[in-house]
Design a protein around this ligand. Sequence first.
Ligand code: ADP
Length: 541
Amino acid sequence: MALMGQMMSAPLLISSIIKHAARYYGGTEIVSRRTEGDLHRYTYRECELRARKLAQALGALGVKQGDRVGTLAWNGYRHLEIYYGVSGMGAVCHTINPRLFPEQIAYIVNHAEDGYVFFDLTFLPLVEGVAPHCPNVKGWVLMSDRAHMPAESKAKLLCYEDLIDAQDGNYEWPQFDENQASSLCYTSGTTGNPKGALYSHRSTVLHSYASALPDALGCSARDVILPVVPMFHVNAWGMPYSVPLVGAKLVFPGARLDGASLYELFEQEKVTFSAGVPTVWLGLLQHVQANNLKFSTFRRTVIGGSAVPPAMTRALEALDVEVIHAWGMTEMSPLGTACKLLAKHEALSDADRHKILEKQGRVIYGVDMKIVDGDGKELPWDGKAFGDLMVRGPWIIDRYFRNDANPLVDGWFPTGDVATIDEDGYMQITDRSKDVIKSGGEWISSIDIENVAAAHPAVHMAACISAYHPKWDERPLLVVVKKPNAEVSKEELLKFFEGKVAKWWIPDDVAFVSEIPLTATGKMQKLRLREQFKDYRLPTA
Ligand code: ADP
């Protein structure tokens, strides 16, 4: 008969994280740029007290365990209180991306059956438009005080600070099954309707532990951490949990995500560590370079969500900022891999080390991955063979919320990404399967082409998409936004590719545009670009 361990049984609950932060890092600060326009600061101790009051207020409103509570909000302390107050009481914190179209937002609110939705001042007009289409929402809570409440509204509004003030905070976090749902996040749904990933307390706590490890985000109590990645984008990559878990100072940028505003906050609050998608760093880098600035404390950043162009890594390194390339997805809570060197790599030349650092990296404990061919047969880890990337683990979805279809294949979740894995387990995404360019049956990696283009001094942003070709079926077309005041011709740009990629990978043409459309999560929207260029006639056609 099996011999059972004799350890205490304590469920892994999200409330335990904020309780820990309040008890052991009680005086550590949380600083937020508010939508009201000012800077707010308080401590983990005060945060936890207000989260308890919020849990009481939700109870008074009739919110029960398992009920969904939506948010339309920037990164800020009230949003953090909602993360803990809602999940802590056993309800589900459903973060909604306010950059989606109003129809998509209404769809998501209705699909999730949100009973209440909390929102920042900025989103009042959005709420006014969406509310009539969400008949089941009992109240829309404006995340501000009485003074900021509008005189009248089409939506049934409640005031956040009034809800908090009405409670005494005399509340014990309830204990329940760690497998209960804690939060909900919908994928941006570039095709079809958005789908919900329903996280559990257990999956979230495990993900927080693992993501804080030195070879992942590597956070510590000595850090000052500013998540630029929004709390409505896969829980800001888990940082609202992993940062209080390690007890670091937390800085929230609110709605001001432009380069100048971020730089000011980084310097003023002595930020050491940050995280965001590549397009955000483009803005910050441009500001820093144009004004010849330096960072006094900022030393490390995680970048993911799309491939990091090597030129961006170099530019940040020149400013003494280490770049940690990471990969994941909404369905994975989101962290899957992070790219850090192994001890044996220290002796490598700078160029060889960077070849590794360009990759999306190695799995963190808890995630298992493999690449397979079209028949589902596992492919070798040689850094060359590429195939469909499959993952499994305790913080990866098993199915989508209120959706009967089984997304798994033999117990593995197909990521929709195409990747290689090398002998040391470093994974590199060559493309999203829908973005890959199929030229005469052979595959061209759009990411590789974009990375080369991004290294050209005149290029601000570059997307590589397939364009129709009568002989090869598809050929690469490079769509480029030039840097302000920079000039480069199509011929010069194509010449720049020579010797950097296989000859037949060099794009057939370059289209200069003033802007590349971005998705709600700040990625280049290639689907839209492909539509825009669907009748494009390549000069080679
Ligand atoms: P959505 O799919 O809704 O845009 P996600 O954030 O879940 O939002 O996107 C996950 C996808 O983003 C991955 O499957 C992958 O295609 C892409 N991605 C994430 N990180 C990276 C990265 N470091 N390099 C390349 N692609 C990435």
